[in-house]
Design a protein around this ligand. Structure first.
Ligand code: IVH
Length: 690
């Protein structure tokens, strides 16, 4: 990229040269970001891109004043806000009125035409149509082409300031593309979304961590955007699709005559826009568009819930104006939702890792939007009572974003004779001990620390990837040891010998050796973050564990932290704080910790964690590296990365050594950044293992 340096550096002092070079780098990097993420047409190798990025990071470190708001280095997040500030919208963000049928759509269009008789058929027949995106509306302000503010819709009048969080959204231009001139100030409105794939991955993670699942991609997007710690937002891979304008301040500029001209400008400025947007002419065309989107909605990578029609002529839009609620020139035609009727055969109750008794609806299998379903979530006792769900009822189920549907309620007319209200068990269905429902909680819990169901899940979690990651200790063996009464807590695992294991059926010398070695290694290599996460403290997942491990030196320090102290940390609210306190106040947990300490499993904190060069990134190693794989894994984790086990679209980097095999091909085909060992070390800032 040497061709830029001289041209861009008319001044000769080092600082001005650095400033000019940084400006060039920012432009170039954002151009390559766009080529890569939006256009799927990279022009340079990943190594060359990384070199540009590193050069910019280096300049910004040397001259912090060069860290401009539109710098691509800001996209990794890291700003932590004390609370979400609110600010008024310059122009109100209206909702949309809904129609549900062809007749209602036509009535809407005719009403608009009657309100504006002078406009003529040509104008009043042309509607811009695009999918109604099921995310959350957001408004981004640009001043002279540079992104300066982002507000959520809020109540339409006042929104929350999410500027820093939106900077981490990869497909949002931080600076408008093209030569300009740009409006003095312009607000671009659109939808923040999470792709279905990301959403499912996130929920899988949340479940694994015993954390709250998101009900649908929209809630997940909202939860991810409204974060105080923008590193969390950065890790969630949100996208922004632009579809309209807010306030515009562009003296002397000619306004767009049509919505399609506006959409073309938004694209030219570097925004992604809703797919398939086009002008429809007349009711038949509008209907054809609706039918096609309805048929193709599952092929899109994100959720849509209808089609939005906007009068294409912007002068006519302005003339029609707004009702108290919504524009008169735009409407949402909603899809009918995906519901089905089936029989609820049985309500079964499962026991989770934290002992929560979770009701599950066992259904007569039924096809729902092309997927056969036989189970649905029922959440908790209150929900079952609220719906008055009974075994043998005919129920209506609905699939929202997730594959697992919700039960909306019973069809009372079809209720068979002899059903009885469901009685939620007061005892654990596995160990039979009394369950309790704690103050302020919706779940009944089995509080028996020795309950085999709870024990199996908690010990399995302890050695899982979310815990100490003792690869070689299979769930099957954990279960066998628990069933045999040999393991009653995760600490017992470390006392199991290879000889002992070999007395179990199907346990050979090699796997017995692996089992013991894996635990020994996990014990020696445990970081404080992994250890905390392994303990399975309710509401404390990997992310929160990392936060705690950064703040506290060891478990003693964490144990003596007050709830107030804990709540000062990002990510930690009153519920998490009280769950951490409750953990340490429980006698059996203190005993467990004492055993870990005695056996030398007592890691120290202070990891670089979230602030690391790879914060929130997902890395996978493949092939033969110059040092043991685990050493690399630890380096990646110390830099804040998560180490993945397979290639998926959520992967950020594949680090390939000698003879890499099929993972490399797969990563290449998915356009994932591939690094060699040196490239990886360079990402860490040139530092190798200590
Ligand atoms: S245009 C004046 N286009 O749906 C019209 N809105 O339920 C402004 N929405 O508040 C909005 N997809 O946030 C438009 N393709 C799309 C949309 C869309 C989703 C949102 C929008 C609106 C909400 C109403």
């Amino acid at each position: 990229m040497d061709q830029f340096s001289l041209l861009d550096a008319p001044a000769s002092d080092p600082r001005s040269r650095a400033a000019a070079r940084a400006a060039t780098l920012r432009r170039e990097i954002e151009r390559h970001n766009r080529l890569y993420h939006q256009l799927d047409a990279p022009e340079i190798t990943d190594e060359a891109y990384d070199a540009l990025f590193r050069e910019l990071t280096g300049l910004e470190e040397r001259y912090p004043e060069l860290r401009t708001p539109d710098s691509p280095t800001r996209r990794v997040g890291g700003a932590v806000l004390p609370y979400l500030e609110t600010r008024p919208h310059r122009e109100r963000m209206y909702g949309l009125d809904n129609v549900f049928s062809e007749e209602e759509w036509e009535a809407f269009a005719q009403k608009a035409a009657r309100a504006l008789p002078e406009a003529g058929g040509e104008v009043m027949n042309a509607w811009w149509a695009d999918p109604k995106l099921d995310g959350l509306a957001c408004e981004i302000a640009y001043e002279n082409g540079v992104m300066t503010q982002a507000l959520t819709r809020g109540d339409g009048e006042v929104g929350e300031v999410v500027t820093e969080a939106m900077r981490t959204v990869r497909n949002l231009p931080l600076r408008l593309a093209g030569p300009g001139p740009f409006p003095r100030r312009i607000e671009i409105r659109g939808e923040v979304l999470m792709f279905r794939k990301e959403f499912e991955e996130l929920n899988r993670r949340q479940t694994e961590l015993g954390q709250k699942r998101f009900a649908n991609p929209r809630n997940a997007a909202a939860g991810s955007l409204r974060q105080l710690d923008t590193a969390v937002t950065a890790s969630r891979k949100l996208r922004f699709l632009a579809y309209s304008l807010g306030a515009v301040d562009a003296p002397g500029a000619k306004p767009w005559a049509t919505h399609d001209a506006l959409m073309a400008s938004l694209k030219a400025w570097g925004f992604d826009t809703p797919p398939e947007g086009r002008v429809c002419r007349g009711a038949d065309d509008a209907l054809a568009y609706f039918r096609r989107m309805e048929a193709e909605r599952d092929a899109l990578p994100f959720e849509i819930d209808g089609v939005v029609y906007k009068l294409n002529d912007r002068e006519a839009q302005a003339a029609l104006g707004f009702t108290a609620r919504a524009p008169r020139f735009a409407v949402a035609w909603k899809f009918t939702s995906r519901k089905a009727e089936t029989r609820l055969k049985k309500i079964s109750v499962q026991v989770g890792r934290t002992g929560a008794l979770t009701p599950v609806a066992e259904l007569e299998p039924v096809s729902l939007g092309g997927v056969m379903v036989s189970r649905a979530t029922l959440h908790n006792e209150d929900e079952i009572r609220r719906l008055d769900l009974r075994e043998n009822d005919v129920v209506i189920i609905q699939r929202a974003g997730d594959v697992i549907p919700d039960v909306l309620g019973p069809v009372l007319e079809k209720r068979p004779a002899g059903t009885r209200p469901f009685e939620f068990p007061r005892v654990c269905p596995v160990c039979g001990s009394a369950a309790r429902r704690l103050e302020g909680e919706s779940a009944w819990r089995c509080l028996n620390v020795a309950c085999p169901a709870v024990l199996k899940r908690s010990v399995t979690h302890f050695v899982s990837k979310a815990g100490l990651d003792a690869d070689g200790v299979g769930a099957k063996w954990v279960e066998a040891l628990i069933d045999a009464g040999r393991v009653k807590s995760p600490a017992d695992l470390f006392t199991v010998t290879a000889e002992e294991l070999m007395s179990y059926e199907r346990m050979g010398e090699v796997s017995a050796g692996n089992f013991v070695a894996a635990l020994e290694k996990a014990k020696n290599e445990a970081t404080l973050a992994r250890f905390i996460s392994a303990l399975g403290i309710r509401l404390v997942g990997e992310q929160t564990a990392r936060t705690l491990a950064e703040r506290f030196r060891d478990m003693d320090e964490l144990a003596s932290a007050s709830a107030e102290e804990l709540m000062r940390l990002p990510d930690v609210g009153p519920e998490v704080a009280s769950s951490v306190r409750a953990f340490f106040e429980t006698e059996s947990n203190r005993e467990l910790l004492a055993r870990f300490r005695a056996m030398g499993l007592w890691p120290k904190g202070g990891e670089s964690g979230r602030e690391g060069a790879l914060a929130g990134r997902k890395v996978l190693f493949t092939g033969t590296l110059s040092r043991p794989r685990d050493e690399f894994r630890r380096m990646a984790e110390a830099a804040g990365a998560n180490v993945a086990s397979g290639v998926s679209r959520t992967l950020d980097y594949l680090v390939a050594g000698e003879n890499p095999g099929s993972k490399l091909d797969k990563a290449r085909s998915m356009g994932i950044t591939v690094l060699d060992e040196n490239g990886f070390l360079a990402l860490l800032g040139g530092k190798g293992a200590d």
